[in-house]
Design a protein. Structure first.
Length: 540
């Protein structure tokens, strides 16, 4: 069972106080274990706002979200029948059919909102039978240091402390878990031998219905029962960290039976569908679907050889208490490495990255359980654009770890050899004045808040910031103005802030030119560091 209290807090961040994660999955299995699932996820609008904006996502933003769902799903060999729609003012629905060879490898992204409760469908084969189970993803067991030392003398004090911690999260959790639903239906390739906590549908399938409010009700009962908490703590179990020691009691409350959520079947010999043919058809259809969604037409190419990576700095936090505002380095518990890479060529930008593996010398997996944290966010380029620096946030290594066996991943970067200079078509330097290129619009011309006595002009453009090489502002006589530049960017939207350096007001008219990079090429750059000490230095 995943850590429930931490899960509630993470969900609060991921879903917002009025969160929604309503998932319906319909599985069809073949006797060999291959299958397909119609995956439908209804997500809260709050999950989808781009760059922190409170505005509803644009059509272009929604297409990016759909592409991300496809790209970040694990264990899926092919997608088909993809659709999406805005539902009302605050919900978005993604739907698609995913094909898989091994259900044990399948994990959907769902905008990164990880809810590790009854989230895992697994399949195993024993004695000629197929056993399909629904359970919660396993997280690393908490270190002994995280479990309070409880005796008969202090157990009542620990119970009171635990109940207080739970109450701090209860109101927030109520809003979150009431919006979580997971409905699953299974079309099985054989004869059912036995099943538990699954219902038979009219067409012969088996179905499971989980609603988060039931889990919350169970937690309320447990956390208000001092005798149950005393028993759990004296057995060495912390219910807020690992849930109840008797998971079947939870299953009974949520589904009706004190048993696993599973079905055992004797598989037949005939597949329910032609997996190879349908996957081939899906693969043939997908390029046009991807193009409609705005995916790059050209495949990402591997960059040239010559890159080198090393650890530039290390941060480790052993104990962090957000509730009591005791946070070393103002960070949560974990292990962070700052990595410096020398690039094989001068680049335009490093757009994204993904951490793929992080393992200690004892085999401990250091990858964060939250997929969002496996992304490499905000990589920064050196002034000469030949080096990159980025951070990776990892789990804290166990006390037994002496070093890091491997850290690896991939970066994506852009290069461009050509530029094009364009007049934006903005003639008047007043708020609301629009141009005819890149959605140019003057947002405001006001006195600068941060530079008294100077004016500031804000220019909005619909273009990725990395595609802009330079912007120049000219007065009506064609004289280039001396300005300093700042910006705020989100996706393909950027607002530039310009302040005059000569303390003069902006003229009433003139023109603005932009120089943009053309023929951008996208490259992948794998990186791998091995045999490191916990200080990030190479081991001999």
């Amino acid at each position: 069972m995943s850590r429930l209290l931490k899960g509630m807090l993470l969900l609060a961040c991921a879903l917002g106080l009025t969160g929604c994660l309503d998932i319906t999955d319909t599985y069809t299995f073949n006797p060999d274990g291959s299958g397909k699932v119609v995956h439908e996820a209804v997500l809260a609008q709050m999950n989808l706002s781009m760059g922190g904006s409170s505005e509803a996502p644009s059509e272009a933003d929604l297409k990016k979200i759909v592409l991300e769902e496809i790209k970040k799903a694990r264990g899926v060999e092919a997608w088909r029948d993809i659709s999406y729609e805005q539902r009302g003012a605050d919900q978005f629905c993604f739907k698609g059919t995913a094909y898989f060879r091994d259900i044990n490898e399948v994990k959907f992204y769902n905008t990164g909102a990880a809810v590790n409760v009854y989230d895992k469908v697994s399949l195993r084969k024993e004695d000629g039978r197929m056993i399909i189970t629904i359970a919660s993803s396993e997280d690393d067991e908490p270190d002994d240091s995280e479990i309070p030392h409880v005796t008969e003398e202090n157990v009542d004090e620990e119970v009171a402390k635990m109940q207080g911690e739970y109450q701090k999260t209860r109101m927030m959790a109520g809003g979150i878990f009431s919006g979580i639903k997971r409905y699953r239906t299974f079309y099985l390739p054989g004869t059912v031998v036995s099943s538990s906590n699954l219902e038979r549908t009219e067409d012969g399938a088996l179905a499971s219905r989980f609603e988060g409010i039931k889990l919350l009700e169970f937690m309320d009962r447990m956390m208000n029962d001092k005798e149950v908490l005393r028993e759990e703590l004296l057995k060495g179990n912390d219910p807020l960290q690992g849930g109840p020691s008797n998971e079947e009691a939870l299953n009974e409350y949520v589904f009706g039976e004190a048993a696993p959520v599973e079905v055992i079947i004797t598989p037949g010999t005939q597949p329910q569908f032609d997996y190879t043919a349908e996957v081939a058809q899906a693969a043939a259809e997908f390029p046009s679907v991807a193009e409609t969604l705005g995916a790059p037409k050209k495949a990402v190419a591997r960059g040239p050889e010559g890159s080198q990576f090393k650890v530039g700095g290390v941060r480790i936090v052993h104990d962090s208490d957000m509730e009591n505002n005791v946070r070393p380095f103002n960070y949560d518990e974990g292990f962070t490495l700052s990595i410096i890479g020398r690039l094989p060529q001068e680049v335009l930008s490093v757009t994204e990255g993904q951490l793929l593996k992080a393992e200690t010398d004892h085999g401990q997996d250091l990858l964060p359980s939250d997929e969002w944290k496996q992304k490499i966010s905000f990589p920064r380029l050196s002034e000469d654009k030949r080096k990159v620096i980025f951070e990776v946030d990892l789990r804290r290594p166990a006390e037994s770890a002496k070093g890091i066996k491997e850290i690896s991943g991939v970066l994506t970067y852009l290069v461009a050899d050509k530029t094009r200079r364009v007049d934006l078509g903005v003639a008047a330097f007043v708020a609301g004045s629009k141009g005819n290129e890149f959605g140019a619009e003057i947002e405001s011309v006001t006195d600068s808040e941060w530079n008294p006595g100077r004016q500031e002009l804000k220019l909005k453009l619909k273009i990725n910031k990395d595609a802009v090489k330079a912007i120049d502002i000219f007065d009506a006589a064609g004289n280039k103005l001396d300005v300093s530049q700042g910006y705020f960017a989100s996706g393909d939207n950027v607002t530039f802030n310009y302040t005059r350096e000569d303390n003069q007001p902006f003229p009433g008219s003139g023109h603005i030119e932009i120089e943009v990079y053309e023929d951008q090429q996208r490259y992948e750059l794998p990186f791998k560091l091995t045999d490191l000490s916990l200080l990030g230095r190479k081991l001999n």
